[in-house]
Structures are given as C-alpha cells and as structure tokens.
Ligand binder design. Structure first.
Ligand code: FES
Length: 174
C-alpha cells in the first residue's frame, strides 16, 4: 500500500487548496507585475478608474482659478476652464484639456490613462506621452498649494519639449 492511501480526505483536500492558492498567487503576482511594468500601481489605477468627476474653479485673482485639493486619487474635468485636475499617487497636476497634437479634448479611459479620441495618442495619469501621433506629453499649467486649495494659473502653460524643467516642476506634492 502506498503512503498517500493512508491520508484522510481532509488532508488530501488541504493539499488541493494549497495548490489552488499557489496558482492564484502566481496569477495575482503576474497581474501586479503587468501594472508595475506600465508604471501604474494597482491601487492607484483602481482609484483613478472609479473617480472621474466634473468640477468648477473659483476666481483667485487675475486668470488664476482655485480648486479644492482633491482628497483622493482621481481625475476631475473642469470643462469651463478646459483643464483636467489629477491627483495621482501623492501628486496633483493641472493639464490642458486639449491634446498636444491637434487640440482635441482628451478623455480618461478605463485602462487607467488618458487617450485622444481623434488619433488615439495615449498618456499616463501624470501626462507623460506613451504612444500616438502627438510628439510631447500633455501640457501642464502652473499650479501651487494655497491652504486647502490648489491654484492654477491659466496664463502659464508648460510644454515638456520646450520647457522640460518647468513642466516637471508643475506639480503639488501632497
Ligand atoms: S489630435 Fe490627439 S493625437 Fe491627434
């Protein structure tokens, strides 16, 4: 008689469950690696996918608009000011709504990134260009923290191919 024939059904079942756990664990690890390979943390991606809303800015002097500091990761479209406010893994950005290629209004898509509906250029949540006909990342407005608000200067727009240092610095770290 072979050794395994003395094992109780419960013990044999434990073995089965362990195998299933191993398989599930490997699948989840592979999924996490896919997200990380694209530079997106799974939790941040889930939060952004479910938090797409509309907002309106308040005048804050000159052509500056104030917006409440987003409390959590998400994407907010301020259509009146043609900008997109994004909180993403501890960083807040204000982007021009228009695609840097031919000014089509950008959209957020379920895959967890921005995409242009006209020629399909793709951008990461921080505006970094991924692929498509555009030749630069999404344009960023100058932004600063002001109490519980962020203030966005609609007269100051940075392009990452012309002003890379200013573009990189156009962020509020929270
Ligand atoms: S207008 Fe957006 S990729 Fe052409």
């Amino acid at each position: 008689m072979r050794a395994h024939e003395h094992e109780s059904p419960a013990r044999a079942c434990d073995g089965c469950a362990l195998t299933r756990r191993e398989v599930l664990g490997r699948a989840l690890t592979a999924l996490a690696m896919t997200f990380l390979a694209e530079g997106l943390a799974p939790n941040a991606l889930a939060a952004l996918t479910t938090q797409v809303t509309g907002i309106a800015g308040r005048p804050a002097g000159g052509n500056v608009k104030a917006f409440a500091l987003p409390a959590q990761d998400g994407v907010q479209f301020a259509k009146e000011d043609e900008l997109i406010l994004v909180r993403y893994v501890g960083h807040v950005y204000a982007f021009a709504l228009s695609c840097p290629h031919q000014n089509t209004a950008l959209r957020w898509v379920d895959e967890g990134r921005f995409q242009c509906p006209k020629h399909k250029s793709k951008y990461q949540p921080d505006g970094t260009f991924i692929s498509g006909r555009a030749t630069r990342s999404m344009d960023r407005y100058a932004i600063k923290l002001a109490g519980t608000d962020v203030e966005v200067d609609l007269d100051v727009l940075y392009k990452n191919d012309k002003q890379p240092a200013e573009w990189a610095a156009a962020v509020v770290v929270v």
